[in-house]
Design a protein around this ligand. Structure first.
Ligand code: FMN
Length: 174
């Protein structure tokens, strides 16, 4: 299993992933990495050795790990009522897998963190689920929204988050 922290810091999303991963899983953190934006050149629609003409952390590290994994858990903070820019950029960079259907059959899960409660963010979460369900049609992956975590110092919220982590951990333990 591959777990990808899409936050630019190693805090809530990163710690949740660290807590749910198994010993033999791979955790990639995109925090403070050299990440370039898609150029829109469409060179990736041809057979390129490294999948993309850009030379950055995604080309050199992330693509190979994504191709190796059957199950991928993405974690993103809620930013401006949506996934954050790093995750959106990663999805744009998945364009290289489009023509060759290289994500076919992979299971992609998303978990998110935000300040607002799950209820307060319910419309935002539904819009994000709808978005993933639309791109999975042409990228051919399977998608499930795993859970939403509240970023709070309250003891009650922390306990609730720990329970959610335990449930996910049990589900993905091998
Ligand atoms: C630029 C920015 C925008 C944010 N927008 C939202 C938002 O729209 N809704 C929300 O619930 N939280 C929002 N937050 C709070 C973050 O989602 C929250 O702190 C999250 O836990 C950060 O994840 P991390 O600790 O893994 O970086 C925002 C934070 C930042 C810095």
């Amino acid at each position: 299993m591959l777990l990808i922290n899409c936050s630019n810091r190693e805090k809530n999303c990163f710690n949740i992933l660290k807590n749910i991963m198994n010993d033999n899983d791979t955790l990639i953190s995109l925090s403070n990495k050299d990440l370039k934006f898609c150029l829109g050149c469409e060179c990736c629609q041809k057979d390129l050795e490294r999948h993309c003409v850009l030379n950055d952390y995604i080309t050199n590290n992330v693509y190979d790990e994504v191709l190796k994994a059957d199950t991928i858990i993405l974690a993103s903070p809620m930013y401006m009522s949506n996934i954050n820019g790093i995750l959106k950029n990663l999805l744009d960079r998945f364009n290289t897998f489009y023509n060759h259907q290289l994500l076919k059959g992979k299971k992609i899960y998303l978990l998110m963190c935000g300040y607002a409660t799950k209820e307060e963010n319910s419309e935002e979460i539904q819009a994000i689920i709808d978005y993933f369900n639309s791109i999975k049609e042409y990228l051919y992956f399977e998608f499930e929204f795993l859970d939403y975590f509240v970023d709070s110092d309250s003891q009650e919220v922390k306990e609730e988050n720990s329970k959610k982590i335990e449930t996910i951990k049990q589900r993905f333990s091998n």
